[in-house]
Design a protein around this ligand. Structure first.
Ligand SMILES: NC(=O)c1ccc[n+]([C@@H]2O[C@H](COP(=O)([O-])OP(=O)(O)OC[C@H]3O[C@@H](n4cnc5c(N)ncnc54)[C@H](O)[C@@H]3O)[C@@H](O)[C@H]2O)c1
Length: 264
């Protein structure tokens, strides 16, 4: 696909900044698109993922193009793992300026069929994982001074009701309110916290959701006003903007990137 000009990276916009992006191991995922975009815009990027082999491979692809990136195997529900990622990032790059809480899981099921384990797992990974990341980042950004930017990735499911998403929607709705609250706590220190709500975006997660719910995904896609699903790079351009100084007056805010779906 030829991207419109506005989706092209802005040279040096993130130069001198160090970013941690979670869930960056999937080649077709939003996290890798964000990591790539930020690297192209000049940031040092730490790609993390629970799949250590995949994220090492992704980082290798960027390193071979000359970008300054590193990879860590990282389970976002582990406090120790978060501490480790921050410690290693700081010893390599001295600061953390940007955190993108992107990693997530989605297990769709009707309410009667949703197991307690599946409900808890989605809250644990999507919401508790993002909480641990925010806590670690805010502590570090406050102590190093100079502000910072946290971008939390929620979902359209946090805004509109969708059958089968009770647990996923609850976890993403939690991210929405958590982000606003943390934004207010941190604004005086120039630490900005914003939330992005992707709509239907062509990734592994989206493919699985479609396969598990034949018909539902397709009929939802047909209602998108822009008449297509989004590309991971289109989420990445919003996230890179929010991470950058171009968004320096924006905090506690919400950005829907859904081709107009939720406007109906
Ligand atoms: N694709 C969409 O249509 C869509 C829509 C709305 C929101 N989102 C959100 O965007 C984010 C990225 O989704 P995607 O579509 O790129 O999915 P994806 O499945 O391609 O990528 C998610 C990544 O998170 C990693 N991950 C899962 N559990 C983890 C854990 N405990 N610790 C660390 N990493 C873990 C996975 O290994 C994977 O690489 C997710 O938060 C998702 O909920 C996606």
């Amino acid at each position: 696909m030829t991207l419109p000009k506005s989706n092209r990276p802005i040279e040096n916009r993130l130069k001198g900044k160090t970013a941690i992006v979670t869930g960056a191991g999937s080649a077709a995922g939003i996290g890798f698109a964000v990591a790539e975009r930020m690297a192209v815009e000049g940031a040092n990027v730490i790609l993390t993922d629970i799949d250590a082999d995949a994220v090492t491979e992704r980082a290798g692809e960027l390193q071979s193009q000359g970008f300054n990136v590193a990879a860590f195997g990282h389970d976002i529900i582990s406090e120790a793992s978060w501490r480790d990622v921050f410690m290693q990032t700081i010893s390599a790059y001295e600061a953390v300026d940007i955190l993108v809480n992107n990693a997530g899981i989605c297990i769709l099921n009707k309410i009667e069929a949703m197991s307690l384990d599946d409900f808890r797992r989605q809250i644990e990974v999507n919401l508790v994982g993002a909480f641990l990341g925010c806590r670690e980042a805010v502590g570090r950004m406050r102590s190093q001074g100079g502000g910072g930017s946290i971008v939390n990735v929620a979902s359209l499911a946090a805004i509109v009701g969708m059958p089968g998403t009770a647990a996923y929607a609850a976890s993403k709705g939690g991210i929405r309110q958590m982000s606003r609250s943390i934004a207010l706590e941190c604004a005086r220190d120039d630490i900005r916290v914003n939330t992005v709500f992707p709509g239907i975006t062509e990734t592994g997660m989206q493919n699985t959701a479609r396969k598990d719910n034949p018909g539902v995904g397709q009929s939802l896609l047909e209602t998108v006003p822009l008449k297509r699903s989004g590309a991971p790079s289109e989420q990445a351009s919003m996230i890179a903007f929010l991470a950058s100084d171009d968004a320096r007056y924006i905090t506690g805010a919400e950005f829907i990137v859904d081709g107009g779906l939720s406007a109906q």
